[in-house]
Design a protein around this ligand. Structure first.
Ligand code: SAM
Ligand code: SF4
Length: 525
């Protein structure tokens, strides 16, 4: 079958919108922000106007409305998850990625036993929701291997629980394979577009199946045809002009809604990180912290009903700040290498430096690292190659930044920035006034796709999100938390319980909290 053309992404249309939006004045911008507070979303033109805003006062207004929308729709809860890398075999050559074909290191995929060990370790951290990650290699990482891995993950049970939702982030594939993934019981199918700009896409993906822009960009259409109704979009910010990318992602979301009656379940906003063999000189569009915050807030206004995911690519303090402008899901305690949780576990138990996964940041730190402070000097999405100024080091960060070849090492896909354990992170989430959630109820209760969207759009989803956050967090406190986190967490539960306005729901939640104290698990609305 010929590949469907991704004509819903029209470069000329996006550029025209961005050019025309420059004419808008402050009053126009303010009225768009006012209207956005009704959580009805933005048109692409309105979105373009907000993306151009540099005025501090207007930006503060956008942040305020983004926070209000997120809290009105989802409440003050934050869903937690962890990535799980099952294979780093890859036949693509994405220039930004540590797993790309030309990088020399020992490739591998997890055996069933290794996978079980990884899952146990993740369960012992309290996780209930995983994002399965793999490179693309039809020989070494077949669809059957992925399906078997999903089965294994769901089957592994630690003393206090199991993984209840496996989201999957694997390469674009066929309708038939999406159908198999659906049958295997996945939660969301996630695929990052990386960049919507054709020319940049071609340069970033010089070879391998991922080189085909149309095939990649229409993957979600095939996923929907294969019966997957929860899909997650994402852009790798730093590859091309962020304003173009945000508008294109919005057009993609609108296309899915028009074609299938349901928009994306989530949007991810990964930002480019140092990785083996990645030379920042090739990336003139790196996004600074201020622009990144604006991206998240504008997306929250543009697609109010959509979950927004932030990963440990961002440093702890900045992550906490971004929670206030619309993020609804975060990863915690992440390792971005195959077998990374086992290595991290060994490192902790022996006190040695075994983890190459980036969880500890131990042996992959070094030159070229740009965290939030360093990236402050970067451009605002315009084409100025200023990465060199971030830390006075303009070199490529190949060889893991330490000058050594990595041929015999496990390699992380990229470096992470937030090195807190889940326990520390949960405490910090509580102290910021939010409640951590390990909820997986919607997809297990059939509230997916077009059944989920009306609930989210009307804000009714909050009536189940808030109690489910309380119940799943209570399980965490009972089964996994440190004494400090338990103390802070119990107070958080009381605060959020008192905020449930429906008296019947509040009573039911209180009753279920008691049942959890008595040893019952997995109670949800
Ligand atoms: N291999 C599949 C693919 O490329 O679609 C699955 C996902 S890959 C394991 C996960 C994602 O990591 C990629 O989609 C890419 O956006 C992101 N990634 C790769 N290199 C990165 C880097 N240097 N910094 C931040 N994110 C990166
Ligand atoms: Fe392979 Fe995905 Fe990395 Fe590209 S981003 S090199 S496809 S793992």
């Amino acid at each position: 079958m010929p590949t469907m053309q991704a004509d819903f992404i029209n470069e000329q249309q996006i550029n025209t919108l961005l050019t025309e939006a420059r004419q808008a004045d402050k009053a126009q911008a303010r009225s768009i922000i006012d209207r956005a507070s009704q959580a009805k979303g933005l048109t692409p033109y309105e979105c373009a106007i907000l993306l151009h805003i540099e005025d501090k006062e207007l930006l503060e207004e956008i942040y305020r409305v983004a926070r209000q929308i997120k809290e009105n729709i989802y409440g003050r809860r934050l869903v937690l998850f962890a990535p799980l890398y099952i294979s780093n075999h890859c036949i693509n050559n994405c220039v930004y990625c540590g797993y790309r074909r030309d990088n020399r290191f020992t490739r591998r995929r997890l055996t069933t036993e290794e996978l079980q060990e990884e899952v146990i370790l993740l369960e012992e951290l309290g996780h209930k929701r995983l994002a399965l990650e793999a490179g693309e290699d039809p020989q070494n990482c077949t669809i059957d291997y992925v399906l078997d891995s999903i089965k294994t993950i769901y089957a592994v049970k630690e003393a206090n629980g199991s993984i209840r939702r496996v989201n999957v982030n694997i390469a674009a594939t066929t309708v038939e394979n999406y159908r198999l993934l659906k049958e295997a019981g996945i939660g969301t199918y996630i695929l990052f577009q990386e960049t919507y700009h054709r020319q940049t896409y071609a340069a970033m993906h010089p070879s391998g199946p991922k080189h085909d822009y149309d095939y990649h960009t229409t993957a979600m259409d095939r996923a929907m045809q294969g019966g997957i109704d929860d899909v997650g979009l994402g852009v790798l910010f730093g590859l091309y002009d962020y304003k173009y990318e945000v508008l294109a992602m919005l057009l993609h979301a609108l296309h899915l809604e028009e074609s299938f009656g349901v928009g994306p379940h989530t949007l991810s906003v990964p930002r480019l990180r140092p990785a083996q063999g990645v030379n920042y000189d090739n990336f003139p569009y790196l996004v600074d912290d201020a622009a990144f915050k604006k991206i998240i807030a504008v997306l929250r206004l543009a697609v109010p009903y959509t979950g927004m995911i932030l990963s440990t690519r961002e440093p702890a303090e900045f992550r906490d700040e971004l929670l206030t402008v619309g993020i609804s899901q975060i990863s915690a305690g992440s390792c971005t290498g195959v077998g990374g949780y086992q290595q991290e576990h060994q490192r902790k138990s022996t006190g040695s430096c075994a983890c190459a996964s980036g969880a500890s940041g131990s042996n992959v730190k070094g030159s070229g690292n740009y965290g939030s402070s360093a990236s402050k000097s970067l451009s605002d999405g315009s084409a100025t190659s200023s990465i060199n100024s971030s830390n006075g080091n303009s070199s490529s960060i190949s060889d893991n930044g330490n000058g050594r070849d990595n041929a015999n090492n496990e390699a992380p896909q990229f470096q992470i920035e937030d090195h807190r354990s889940p326990d520390e992170m949960l405490r910090s989430v509580c102290l910021s006034g939010y409640i951590p959630s390990f909820c997986t109820a919607c997809y297990r209760s059939g509230r997916t796709g077009d059944r989920f969207m009306p609930l989210a759009k009307s804000g009714q989803i909050q009536n189940v999100c808030q109690p489910n956050a309380i119940l799943t967090f209570k399980e965490y406190l009972m089964d996994y938390a440190s004494p400090e986190t338990r103390a802070v967490g119990e107070k958080t539960i009381q605060t959020h319980l008192a905020e449930i306005t429906n008296i019947k729901t509040r009573r039911l939640t209180e009753e279920r909290l008691k049942l959890i104290e008595q040893g019952q698990r997995d109670l949800y609305f």
